[in-house]
Design a protein around this ligand. Structure first.
Ligand SMILES: Cc1cc2nc3c(=O)[nH]c(=O)nc-3n(C[C@H](O)[C@H](O)[C@H](O)COP(=O)(O)O)c2cc1C
Length: 179
């Protein structure tokens, strides 16, 4: 995929569509030491906090990836072309505890520009983040009580805010000149 750096002010994302319908691959860890894990995510956000651009992800403590989001400082979020959806389904239904996710995904890890966690050569968008804040979902704080139905096992997500340090993408993710 021909990815070019995209300045944060020029980044164009159909936010809800990307998260809810297309999904993203969250990768946490360190490429150099080959200590990283990846999983599909569909809940999260992009925005601005503390005057910094951020990506926010939520990871249940039961995920293998959780050990990596806890231990390592950085993560990436990657979007893929539609034909890669079977890979996202696999990465979202099987655990890195049980299979070699890199081998079974067929994906090619790609060094990041600014962080230790890798992106992937097959991605059409790579967002590189450094963790700046975390918190846990607290059921006592649900104002819409039905939200608790998402947690029959009471494995409430940990929330991570990652400052966006670099973005690469295809032209589809770039605001046209003057946009
Ligand atoms: C479409 C989709 C979206 C998902 N979104 C999330 C998410 O936002 N947070 C989360 O903790 N798990 C999410 N999951 C579940 C994990 O991707 C799944 O449990 C995965 O197998 C975990 O892999 P791991 O054990 O190697 O970390 C999602 C799964 C799918 C299929």
């Amino acid at each position: 995929m021909n990815l070019q750096p995209i300045a944060i002010d020029d980044l164009r994302i159909r936010c809800h569509h990307l998260w809810d319908s297309r999904w993203l691959l969250l990768t946490a860890g360190d490429l150099a030491s080959e200590q990283f894990n990846l999983m599909t995510v569909a809940w999260g956000s992009f925005g601005t906090m503390w005057s910094r651009p951020f990506a926010q992800v939520v990871v249940r403590p039961t995920r293998h990836t959780f050990a990596f989001t806890e231990r390592y400082d950085t993560f990436t979020l990657c979007a893929f072309p539609e034909f890669c959806r079977p890979v996202l389904k696999l990465m979202g239904t099987r655990s890195g505890r049980d299979l070699d996710k890199i081998h079974d995904s067929g994906l090619t890890p790609l060094p990041s520009l600014a962080v230790a966690a890798p992106g992937f050569a097959e991605a059409e968008l790579i967002v590189e983040c450094r963790k700046i804040y975390w918190d846990d979902i607290r059921p006592a704080n649900f104002l819409a009580p039905d939200l608790d139905r998402n947690y029959p096992d009471r494995d409430y997500h940990r929330i991570y805010f990652g400052e966006i340090l670099a973005v690469r993408g295809t032209d589809d993710y770039r605001t046209p000149d003057g946009g």
